[in-house]
Design a protein around this ligand. Structure first.
Ligand code: NAD
Length: 292
């Protein structure tokens, strides 16, 4: 028989992920206090109700504090041997604390944040980076196969979150570097298309330049060609950079580029016009400025 699944957090990401599991034939019970629902997914009246009887409970929540509070309710309600699969992006400490709580209660736990955004969630093409035991990873692999196209088992509890925030720290820093270089190129009178032609095939290339070019009309189609509508919103990048700096502090790691990327996205989102715009809208930000 197909696994029975509880799905907690039916937001922008969770709703399409849950709907994909339901349309693949899984018996899915969903809960979200905002009252959102998903196609084919049964409506539970609480997180505990969605969890009772489930072989796997998936959480897709805003942050680690909410995950910790939801876990307080879920863990006692879950049946022995079931797996708690958190796909939210949260801090490494919360991921490890929730995994320990689940394991102490006789459950399995896997942290598996995703990349691929809302498009990947609807299309079932997410990438999962997972932390936890081999047994836990194997048990949820059929779910990864439906919701995504790739799952990497990164190591013990928290390793999935560690991989996610390290990746996004690189992404934040390379996007800023790419945008400031385009703005400098403008002021030097270098055409953007020429800049792209050279850099995208030279040692300055990156995903930010080659796949998600922040300059409109240059490179493949990206949010810059659509007025910087996200895409990947600047405030989500700000969240992830906050998590990488928090982790760096706990682990005593020196991450000056990550710190600067965090400060720039914080200013962009909180004091400038970054809120609600794609994270590549750093280019018009730099364009309009002189040295400061
Ligand atoms: P969202 O805000 O749309 O959804 C979160 C949902 O959690 C909301 O519907 C909210 O009502 C629900 N929720 C809040 N408190 C709850 C509680 N106590 N119990 C149950 N549900 C509760 O956010 P999203 O865009 O779906 O993102 C979810 C997670 O995925 C975040 O951790 C985010 O960082 C991560 N993520 C998002 C993207 C993206 O592009 N949106 C990409 C990768 C990762």
């Amino acid at each position: 028989a197909q696994m029975k699944i509880g799905f907690i957090g039916l937001g922008n990401m969770g709703a399409p992920m849950a709907a994909n599991l339901a349309s693949a034939g899984f018996d899915v019970a969903g809960f979200d206090p905002a009252g959102t629902s998903a196609a084919g997914v049964g409506v539970a009246s609480s997180a505990a109700q969605a969890a009772s009887d489930a072989d796997a409970v998936i959480t897709m929540l805003p942050n680690g504090a909410i995950l910790r509070s939801v876990a307080e309710e879920l863990v006692p309600a879950m049946k022995s041997g079931a797996v708690l699969l958190d796909c939210s992006t949260v801090d490494v400490d919360s991921a490890r604390a929730v995994a320990k709580q689940a394991q102490d209660a006789g459950l399995m736990a896997v942290d598996a944040p995703v990349s691929g955004g809302i498009g990947g969630a609807s299309g079932g093409t997410l990438t999962f980076m997972a932390g936890g035991t081999e047994a836990g990873f194997l048990k949820v692999t059929p779910l990864f196969d439906i919701m995504g196209q790739k799952a990497v088992h990164c190591g013990e509890a928290g390793a999935g979150q560690a991989a996610k925030i390290c990746n996004n720290m690189i992404l934040g820093a390379t996007m800023i570097a790419t945008c400031e270089a385009f703005a400098l190129a403008d002021k030097l009178g270098l055409e953007r298309q020429k800049m792209f032609d050279v850099v995208s095939t030279s040692s300055g290339y990156s995903w930010s330049m080659n796949a998600y070019c922040p300059a409109p009309g240059v490179g493949p189609q990206s949010p810059s060609d659509n007025g910087y509508t996200p895409g990947f919103a600047a405030e989500l990048m700000l969240k992830d950079l906050g998590l990488s700096q928090q982790a760096a502090e706990t682990a005593d790691a020196d991450t000056p580029m990550g710190a600067l990327a965090l400060a720039l996205y914080k200013r962009f989102v909180e004091e400038e016009d970054g809120m609600g715009r794609d994270f590549s809208a750093m280019l018009p930000r730099f364009e309009g400025r002189g040295r400061d």
